[in-house]
Ligand binder design. Sequence first.
Ligand SMILES: [Zn+2]
Ligand SMILES: [Zn+2]
Length: 136
Amino acid sequence: MPLTGSCLCGAVRYEASAEPVFSGHCYCTDCQKETGGGHLTIAAVPDSTVKITGPTSMFSKLGASGQPTERTFCSKCGSTLLSRPRAIAGMTLLRAGTLDNPSQITPGMSIYTSRAQTWDQPSENIPGFPEMPPRP
Ligand SMILES: [Zn+2]
Ligand SMILES: [Zn+2]
């Protein structure tokens, strides 16, 4: 089933034709700034499967990995829809809350849990990693 979603105002829509490769929560400080909450929840799909329509802007910043992450957001309402971290090249990380049906995904891990706030603690029901998970 394709993943579809939109920003807050609806001007930007996206569609990903692939099943998520993985899904999870990130508690890093950049994700806290981006979301305004305690963590970000993403669904990862290959870049080549993603189509975006509407007016977008991009912001690039070095992430905790030391490599840049490009975030794509709606030029009208500012909602971030997805990011492309160089550290996991070829993957697009869709913002789970922007999906038309966020209940479609099943987050399987939490990362950067060492940065989690006391008021937003990672779930004990899925694996958690203090920083990035170890490379396979
Ligand atoms: Zn918008
Ligand atoms: Zn993060």
